[in-house]
Design a protein around this ligand. Structure first.
Ligand code: GDP
Ligand code: MN
Length: 398
């Protein structure tokens, strides 16, 4: 789960990371009021959307009066901000953050990520801040400093000092850098984050180190331990198909193809998508209904897949290990009785209680297409989709 910049900054500041003074606004008038409240002569108005690259897309404006702040906010509210990270549809701006502008002497990139190959938290930093990390690694790879954290002892001060030295931080500011790095690391581990990114982390004209931007992503599977983080979720920033799925405990990623997939297990879902492509089709989604898929859950998955208007055929692919094929079959039957399904459905079941499962499907009298192997299931669903397409064209030409 992603959160907004202002929320990340509030969290990081609780862990000892310095941030500029700022306040949130839900309207242009409130933005101007916030600027007067903050005081000073210069402010930065920042669109709060779950995406980076706002600066280049008109989502960050430096203003010299409260009237300018109001105008900048006026420009942003209700608009969709399209950055290179949002995709062409953009993300709606419903909140802006007003910050006291700070003079920047230099910009640093700082990121904390989970490095899968070393199975550790990795710190990635560069004195070439302001640019995206992808650009830095393409253009100035030698500027990137990396360090991994030994989980048994946590982030050590000597490591922080070493990073600070490699970034060329003046000796008098090294202690501030240590505090910043340790604060980020503690926020990362204590709150079960999967990513903390500060770009830029700045050195101000008066020798202070501050987070000018902040991005945090959290492990969805750990959110139950952090209700105060779970509360920060903003559905206005999510793909509506994906939020509906998340609300129902399903793991779903919307794609552009026409074959809807209902699968248990992420690995099997990936394999199913690959096999559909191999058979000449395009998957409409990734959907993992999880291990203990009750009939109700299968029915929910059907409703979700059918809510995507691009879906012209459905492939149900279940390998029952912990699960049971008869439960899944009941779910499929229940779903097809409850939900109006007017596209062909291919079902492939394997594993525990497969015979009972097949029997339930056969006796249901529903027009299901059954398959034994994954390849066969994929081919059948591609055929079904193709004949569906041919029919649709016929209807249109008639
Ligand atoms: P992003 O483009 O979405 O990553 O948004 P950022 O929060 O990183 O802001 C983009 C850029 O705006 C920064 O790299 C800064 O150059 C500039 N900026 C943001 N806040 C301030 C500020 O308080 N003072 C000044 N001078 N520039 C700022
Ligand atoms: Mn940034």
């Amino acid at each position: 789960m992603d959160i907004h910049e202002y929320q990340a900054k509030e969290i990081l500041s609780r862990f000892g990371v310095a941030v500029p003074a700022g306040a949130l606004a839900y309207s242009p008038e409130q933005a101007a009021y916030r600027a007067r409240e903050l005081g000073g002569e210069r402010w930065v108005v920042k669109a709060q959307v779950h995406a980076g690259g706002r600066g280049k897309a008109g989502g960050v404006k430096v203003c010299d009066s409260d009237a300018e702040v109001q105008d900048a906010a006026e420009e942003m509210f209700g608009r969709k901000l399209v950055t290179h990270q949002t995709g062409p549809e953009g993300k709606g701006i419903y909140r802006v953050y007003v910050e006291a502008a700070v003079p920047i002497a230099s910009e640093i990139y700082l990121g904390f990520v989970l490095d899968r190959s070393s199975q550790r938290v990795m710190i990635v930093a560069s004195a070439e801040g302001g640019m995206e990390i992808e650009e830095i690694s393409a253009e100035r790879p030698e500027s990137i400093v990396r360090a991994t954290v030994e989980p048994a002892v946590g982030l050590q001060e000597f490591q922080c000092r070493e990073i600070a030295f490699k970034l060329g931080i003046a000796p008098g500011m090294v202690q501030q850098m240590v505090r910043t790095l340790q604060g980020c690391f503690r926020a990362f581990t204590e709150l079960d984050a999967t990513m903390v990114e500060i770009n830029p982390l700045i050195i101000t004209g008066d020798d202070r180190i501050m987070a000018l931007d902040g991005k945090m992503t959290f492990d969805d599977n750990a959110l139950f331990r952090h209700p105060q983080i779970a509360e920060l979720r903003d559905k206005s920033q999510e793909d509506p198909r994906e939020s509906r799925a998340a609300d129902r405990g399903l793991s779903y990623v919307g794609l552009d193809g026409s074959i809807g997939c209902i699968v248990n297990g992420a690995g099997l879902a990936m394999a199913t998508m690959d096999t559909i492509k191999l058979a000449g089709g395009e998957p409409a989604n990734f959907l993992d209904i999880g291990g203990g898929a009750s009939p109700e859950r299968v029915a929910k998955a059907f409703r979700l897949v059918l809510s995507d208007k691009n879906v012209q055929a459905i492939l149900v692919n279940i390998f029952a290990g912990i699960n049971r094929c008869d439960w899944v079959a009941e779910g499929v039957v229940q779903a097809l009785r409850e939900v109006q399904v007017d596209v062909p459905v291919v079902v492939r079941l394997a594993g525990t209680n497969v015979e009972e499962g097949q029997k339930i499907l056969a006796e249901s009298g529903l027009p299901l297409i059954r398959a034994t192997t994954l390849m066969e299931a994929a081919e059948r669903s591609v055929e079904a989709w193709q004949s569906e397409q041919a029919q649709n064209t016929q209807v249109r030409t008639n």
